[in-house]
Design a protein around this ligand. Structure first.
Ligand SMILES: *[C@@H]1O[C@H](CO)[C@@H](O)[C@H](O)[C@H]1NC(C)=O
Ligand SMILES: *[C@@H]1O[C@H](CO)[C@@H](O)[C@H](O)[C@H]1NC(C)=O
Length: 405
């Protein structure tokens, strides 16, 4: 996304609501989860400061035991990668005020609901998405790609889980990474299996030899931001620990209210060398109102129809300067959760984003390991300009793999 939005984010962070207290970020849109908060510590907080902060939290919690809201102070999740340090839990208003006054606290933000960005379409269009990203012209019919096909690369699917036994993944190319939600390593929504098929399926996938790593953050089609952040935290740490920054990409086909906490997490991941590809969202509004779509470091993808028009209407693709490029997202056939051979046609920016995540893996398989920065620049540099009707201030670019004409 463009630097304008980075400036906006910085400006917002520079003017807290109260002097000397960490800003209390209210959700701009999206449903608040009552009593749940996400606390972020200052990027320069060292190990000792973080440890003493947790001692203070336990002290405050100790005072609350037996009080009106004895559950206040329960830390439910912790985050830590690069400069991003924080935690989520149940805190009452009084405790939140106390936490905000601590010098090491950067921000407290209400936990909010995030959702996947897909919907079922009734159209009979045959699958067209793969052909579209291997051609600069409309109505292409064949997918043209190099046989390296993303070999040696990883796609982290932060999503509803993946049916890793699906035939599209040929027994070995989908693995289970982390399950934040429960002990059922399944996909009960279907979204994650569909997205993974677009990224890496043998028939429906862009990068047919890439490996999918399933990170389950939703049991259905929505969940809490604090939970999604837990999955993202795991993925970033795993990519860094396994030296995969130049071979792995995180795909997030989900979103929620604009969030300064998400902005900080994405910035910290980017500083660690981790690229995230994110759906712009399906609310037919400015993508700068949606996180993580609005973060300047992500590749934010809009939903393109077969006729090269932005998908509009009530579930229309979000738009505006935050959208970096478009990819096929309407009437996309891919693997589904219901059996190892099942397929489904879905639409949404959720289907557009994995085309780009798959493309990142494809280009890395073909041209060799590439840093997050280089991979992002390569995708944007290859994309075809001047193709999108009704882009509404988004970048008029369509994802292209460089193989066809
Ligand atoms: C880390 O990965 C890069 C690129 O894939 C590779 O060139 C490098 O040798 C790896 N480093 C280690 C320590 O394995
Ligand atoms: C990839 O991200 C897109 C957009 O954020 C999402 O719709 C899709 O479900 C994700 N795919 C996987 C496998 O997580």
């Amino acid at each position: 996304m463009q630097s304008l939005f980075r400036l906006f984010a910085l400006a917002a962070a520079t003017f807290p609501l109260l002097p000397c207290a960490a800003p209390l970020s209210a959700a701009v849109v999206g449903q608040v989860v009552p009593g749940k908060w996400i606390v972020t510590l200052r990027p320069d907080a060292d190990v000792a400061t973080v440890a003493s902060h947790f001692v203070k939290v336990r002290e405050i919690r100790g005072r609350n035991v037996g009080g009106a809201q004895p559950e206040s102070g329960d830390i439910e999740r912790q985050y830590g990668f690069g400069s991003f340090k924080g935690y989520a839990g149940s805190f009452d208003k009084a405790m939140i005020e106390e936490l905000r006054s601590l010098p090491e606290v950067l921000r407290v933000e209400e936990d909010t609901v995030m959702t996947t960005f897909d919907f079922v379409t009734q159209s009979n269009t045959e699958n067209w998405g793969l052909a579209a990203i291997s051609s600069r012209k409309k109505d292409a019919t064949d997918y043209v790609y190099d046989s390296t096909a993303g070999h040696g690369t990883y796609n982290y699917a932060v999503d509803t889980g993946v049916r890793i036994t699906h035939e599209e993944f040929e027994g070995t190319r989908a693995t289970w990474g982390y399950n934040v939600v429960n002990d059922k390593n399944t996909d009960n929504a279907g979204h994650g299996t569909h997205v993974a098929g677009i990224m890496a399926g043998k028939t429906y996938g862009v990068a047919k030899k890439a490996t999918v790593v399933a990170v389950k953050i939703f049991e259905g089609n929505s969940g809490q931001m604090s939970v999604v952040l837990d999955g993202f935290n795991w993925a970033v740490r795993d990519i860094v620990a396994k030296n995969r920054t130049s071979t792995a990409v995180i795909n997030m086909s989900l979103g929620g209210a604009a969030s300064a906490t998400w902005d900080a997490a994405i910035t910290a991941a980017w500083a660690q060398g981790v690229l995230a590809v994110v759906a712009a969202g399906n609310e037919n509004r400015d993508a700068s109102l949606v996180s993580p779509a609005r973060s300047p470091e992500v590749l934010c993808v809009g939903n393109l129809q077969r006729d090269d028009t932005r998908y509009g209407g009530v579930s229309g693709s979000n738009f505006g300067p935050a959208v970096d490029l478009f990819a096929p997202g309407t009437g996309i056939v891919s693997s589904y959760r219901t059996s190892d051979g099942a397929i489904q046609m879905l639409s949404g920016t959720s289907m557009a984003a994995p085309h780009v995540a798959g493309l990142v893996s494809y280009l890395r398989g073909l041209e060799g390991p590439m840093s997050a920065e280089r991979a992002k620049a390569r995708v944007l540099g290859l994309a075809t300009p001047g193709r999108v009707a009704d882009a509404r201030g988004s970048a008029d670019l369509v994802a292209f793999n460089g193989a066809g004409e």
